[in-house]
Design a protein around this ligand. Structure first.
Ligand SMILES: *Cc1c(COP(=O)(O)O)cnc(C)c1O
Length: 366
């Protein structure tokens, strides 16, 4: 039985009528940039995340860049983050001209190890950029405490974690700003690129609105050097249809995770951890396993697609050689990069498929 890693066509089949009509409405309306749909979506996402403001931008990466910039992070500042994340997190820090400081991860959550933060703080440290990897919360209560103590700004990378929670509070709503991605494979995915910054800070949201549209409130009067980074109307209209389903989809993801956990119990693989404080949204379901690459090939031979998030920690990637790190500098991240394997999870995945994946994993280790 073939098991796709992610089947976006199946999702579209379930919402086709609503999506098609939302798209047609935008086309008929003739307004494609920063119209009603973007405004409504911004209100809806702000309310969903439990914050006052949300600003739509062109991608999750841009959400990070703009959030860093409006928080005053640039040359001369350093930002603490995890080496075990998607490249965009660190790319954003580079793009505003700040210095990257890596802090190793916790082997259970695979998120930044909050107990190691204080060793990393220096005089020019201005911010912490925690990433809620795979949809599982960073230990935000102690992270916020550490940030307050050292007077650091917190910007959350919640690109994989829309709907996720820490102690009942939505991820993205803890820091000065939270960054969301609407890349098609994320929890709330557009049919193209898109992103959003969520915040309670009115000044901050005003500045992001200014920066995303060339730094000009009035046409042809540039107040500050900006960007062209807007979420477009078509994507916003599509996302508004999907946002109404997102809690149901998260529940389905959590049910699949529960079934995997039961099915994989006796196989020797380590299933994803969900801390007491966390509500995991399982954007990815990443196992830790022995003989990972062999298992991946074996599953491929059974037509089961898998993926690796992430095979090489950022400090060992060529593009970041200039940071001067070497193997051994972040041993937990390095070990995890050799063990993690993401198996299929998406709301439309059937129980039969889950059983099929689990059976294949069991037969590999037998
Ligand atoms: C997807 C992702 C981003 C970037 O989002 P884009 O919308 O693709 O630019 C940033 N950080 C993490 C952790 C991500 O998974």
């Amino acid at each position: 039985m073939k098991v796709e890693f992610l089947d976006l066509k199946a999702q579209y089949e379930g919402i086709k009528d609503e999506v098609d009509s939302a798209i047609a409405d935008v086309l008929r309306g003739g307004k494609f940039i920063l119209g009603e749909e973007v405004l409504r979506l911004e209100e809806e996402i702000a309310s969903y995340c439990g914050v006052k403001y949300a600003v739509g931008v062109a991608s999750g990466t841009d959400a990070l860049v703009l959030a860093l910039r409006v928080c005053g992070i640039g040359e001369g500042s350093s930002v603490i983050t995890t080496p075990f994340t998607f490249v965009a997190t660190v790319e954003a820090i580079f793009r505003v001209g700040a210095k990257v400081i890596f802090c190793d991860i916790n082997p259970q959550t695979l998120n930044i190890d909050v107990s190691k933060l204080h060793e990393k703080i220096t005089g020019d440290t201005k911010a912490i950029l925690p990433v809620h990897l795979y949809g599982h919360s960073v230990e935000m209560i102690s992270l916020m405490e550490a940030a307050r103590k050292h007077n650091l700004i917190v910007i959350e990378d919640a690109a994989q974690a829309l709907g996720g929670e820490c102690e009942g509070k939505k991820l993205g709503s803890f820091g000065k700003a939270g960054c969301l991605s609407f890349f098609p494979t994320k929890i709330l995915g557009a049919y193209g690129d898109g992103g959003m910054v969520v915040t309670d800070d009115e000044k901050l949201q005003d500045m992001i609105r200014l920066l995303r549209a060339h730094g000009s409130k009035q046409k042809y009067n540039c107040e500050t050097r900006g960007y062209n980074s807007r979420l477009d109307e078509l994507q916003a209209a599509i996302l508004r249809v999907k946002l109404k389903k997102v809690d149901t989809w998260i529940t389905l993801r959590r049910n699949i995770a529960k079934l995997y956990r039961e099915q994989l119990e006796d196989t020797g693989v380590i299933v994803p951890f969900e801390a007491k404080y966390a509500k995991h949204v399982y954007n990815y379901y990443c196992l830790r396993c022995r003989q990972r690459d062999k298992l991946k090939n074996y599953l491929a031979s059974k037509q089961i697609q898998t993926a690796i998030y992430y095979p090489v920690p950022l400090h060992l990637q060529d593009g970041f050689k200039s940071l001067g790190f070497k193997r051994g500098d972040f041993p937990v991240a390095e070990k995890m990069a050799e063990e993690v394997l993401a198996i299929p999870i998406f709301p439309e995945l059937s129980d039969t498929h889950v059983h099929c994946v689990a059976d294949a994993i069991r037969s590999f280790y037998r």
